[in-house]
Design a protein around this ligand. Sequence first.
Ligand code: GDP
Ligand code: MG
Length: 598
Amino acid sequence: VPVSRIRNFSIIAHIDHGKSTLADRLLQETGTVADRDMKDQFLDSMELERERGITIKLQAARMSYRAADGQDYVLNLIDTPGHVDFSYEVSRSLAACEGALLVVDASQGVEAQTLANVYLALEHDLEIIPVLNKIDLPGAEPDRVIQEIEEVVGLDCSNAIFASAKTGVGVPEILAAIVQQVPPPADTVQDPLRALIFDSYYDLYRGVVVYFRVMDGSLRKGDRVKLMASGKEYELDELGVLSPTQVQVEELHAGEVGYFAAAIKAVTDARVGDTITQVKQPAAEPLPGYVEAKPMVFCGMFPTDADQFPDLRDALERLKLNDAALQFEPETSSAMGFGFRCGFLGLLHMEIVQERLEREYDLDLIITAPSVIYRVTTIKGEVVMIDNPSALPDPQQREKIEEPYVRVEMITPEEFVGTLMELGQSRRGEFRDMKYLTPGRTTLIYELPLAEVVTDFFDQMKSRSRGYASMEYQLIEYRENTLVKLDILINGDPVDSLAAIVHRDKAYYTGRALVSKLKELIPRHQFKIPLQAAIGTKVIASESIPALRKDVLAKCYGGDISRKRKLLEKQKAGKKRMKSVGRVDVPQEAFMAVLRLK
Ligand code: GDP
Ligand code: MG
């Protein structure tokens, strides 16, 4: 196909506004996937994604489409992940497109994620086609929502399409608009090869399969290519397109989207955003915008059963083959034994990895509360990055501590403004701006320490707004604060995995709340267990768990063996997620207690 008949686009939307459903309809309408092969949400292929209704890893699909002019066009849909943790991936897939469908639920309106994605699309100069989805719903108010998009986003909506991804209304119009409004790629076939990696995954037999968009030049099966950021060279064993299953081709040129396999051993060698060029005739400059995704959130993972340590290491190594952003290194905790300190892009990324370790690898893990990465300057002038509270240098050794700040944008119905501002203040937030979007809807902008956001900020925002508010955040900078290390002692021993870094003004409150929460969560033992919170050597709060008086079996009358066994089994199951810390069995929830303080 000539470059003039290629269109590359993505779909941007707030979660649940219908992106995946619309993608399915486009594949069906163009006959890319036969009706009988259509299963719901073709693009969300990972089981976890379907369950959670989110797109974690983006994928792509090539469609052929005969337009009204009688010509055949190639439409490449490049899907984007629908979560803030993966915004770098979103920006790379948008960089591979010339246009985007902006899907907004006509019964809801503009949400935080809609805005964040539109800003990204505008940064890449994409042609944006507004689509008012779900117009089949009785509550749909497409005209109101159009007004909202025009006012809030500043986007001309005279070409907006009314659609229902459910019934198919408007879908032919969307395809026609893509051809008419999205510009074709630049015709730079003669230039040296530059192709942008927007996704990759690990395949056991072929090595990493790389998804890319050719920006300039061309590549053929058998070519020797170089990845400009990693500096590594490979020979293309396999080259193809995604229609939407992989179909091999001999050559791809500027404007096209495809995949290759080249016996690459791990996705870290072919990172999203890297530029592919020819070894023989390399490009002078890589494509702009490459960043190595850096973890922002860290936690400790320890097997409940120490024998599972090698299994945990193997599982992490295997997940890492497919996840360039996942980091881990061995951690030895005096309380927990051997485990790993793991780094993630954000909370969702962390939860996904934890869930996969437990589900797919059948591991029982104790996971410690998430923490951020602090920048500590020592009195000697050294700068160290601390991703584990227990590793914080002593106060006498520290010159200053800085912590990451994020800019949070919340969009909410007006009536929840007060309660959300309270939330912002209580999390050490600095109020920045408030704007009325349309009658009844407001956006609130705060700057907050990331540490306060990775606790339960999102859940709090949702429950305070009865589910109506939405939020996005982005990292802005490191700022200095008076932070202290809060130690927790169980039975007289400091438990390193419970240590937390908190603001000094909140330390007393947090210490008291934490020990009383632990008192609730840790079961009684045969002996009394003192619980203390301390800053340095100074104890700031204490509680104790009274001893159990009677053996639990004493409750069973004499010979009722089966009942006894049941009771023992119940105890054992309850113990599953326990870690022995000294002589005390501490349940999983205790390590997350810091997230559940009122
Ligand atoms: P995504 O999170 O943006 O990918 O949203 P989905 O495509 O998963 O859609 C979210 C929910 O809205 C699903 O239950 C869909 O069946 C439903 N949905 C999507 N499009 C429409 C539509 O046009 N009309 C109606 N009534 N429901 C829709
Ligand atoms: Mg989806």
